[in-house]
Design a protein around this ligand. Structure first.
Ligand code: PDD
Length: 278
């Protein structure tokens, strides 16, 4: 595939970054994952705006304008073969001449983009739903930032995979936060519930779309803090992300969620989402 690195488009296998790059040494960088349907980036402006928020919080000057970012994303999409892609975009604080925690005096950010075929959940998975486990959310207190320092998320996802599950559902102080790499929605008595945006979860682009679709179609919903017990006794649980879209979770810690099958509200939301993205 073709990637972008610091001003050049080149085959991914030929891209080279310094081992002194701060993303390698410190996880010092921001990223985005942008879904592309039929060569059209989905919610591109929102992804670029979220990147801007992360960069500002990291005190990393944004090397490009929103218009430049959009052009670069479209160029990477054009240079790759797939109709549906997931574009990965990363900005790091670049390399110094030696390892030093404090920022370099002169910062030359490393800008990298690559793309892959977008693999949304296959029909069989949509039909059965996926399994999840619960886990304590031991991440830092700025989970609203999309940084490449993802060790906790990797450990939490691996924890799920080692139990034959697709996702870890995270709880902090008895409340639902999100998944290891997704946001979480539940349904109780026909009402869709999800936690409010805070420093404790990533403000998902898919999360926003799902809330917009609920409002547009008159689906009863509430954005509020959700107790762990409310998740465990929910009628439905879904995970949402740019690559999973809306995916039902049908077992939690080995116990069935509701009927143990994807529920009617989630199926409806998935259908609305498919309609909307095209
Ligand atoms: N992850 N929460 C976390 C911790 C995430 O990593 C993600 C996305 C989401 C969902 O956000 P969005 O709807 O904007 O994709 C929530 C991406 C896909 C990833 O790291 O691959």
């Amino acid at each position: 595939s073709i990637c972008y690195l610091d001003g050049q488009y080149l085959p991914l296998a030929e891209a080279r970054v310094s081992p002194l790059d701060r993303s390698f040494l410190f996880g010092d960088g921001a990223y985005e994952v942008i879904p592309v349907y039929s060569r059209r980036p989905f919610r591109l402006e929102e992804h670029i705006a979220r990147l801007g928020n992360t960069l500002a919080a990291l005190r990393l000057p944004d090397p490009h304008s929103a218009v430049q970012w959009a052009d670069m994303v479209r160029e990477v999409v054009a240079r790759n073969a797939w109709e549906d892609q997931s574009v990965y975009l990363q900005v790091s604080r670049g390399a110094d001449d030696k390892r030093n925690h404090a920022f370099p005096a002169v910062i030359r950010p490393t800008v990298f983009m690559m793309s892959d075929a977008l693999l949304t959940p296959p029909a069989a998975q949509l039909d059965s739903g996926v399994a999840a486990v619960s886990a304590a959310d031991f991440r830092w207190l700025r989970c609203d930032l999309k940084t490449v320092a993802l060790l906790a998320n990797c450990l939490l996802r691996q924890h799920a995979v080692e139990q034959g599950c697709a996702e870890s559902i995270l709880f902090r102080d008895g409340f639902l936060t999100e998944g290891a790499a997704s946001n979480i929605f539940i349904v109780r008595d026909g009402v869709m519930l999800t936690p409010p945006k805070s420093h404790l979860m990533l403000p998902g682009i898919t999360y926003d779309v799902v809330l917009e679709l609920a409002a547009r179609h008159g689906l009863p919903h509430e954005v509020r803090e959700i107790l762990e017990d409310e998740v465990r006794s929910a009628d439905e649980i879904w995970m949402t992300s740019s690559t999973k879209e809306v995916l039902a979770i049908t077992t939690l810690d080995g116990r069935p969620v509701g009927s143990g099958r994807p529920g009617p509200v989630g199926r409806q939301m998935h259908a609305w989402y498919q309609d909307f993205k095209n």
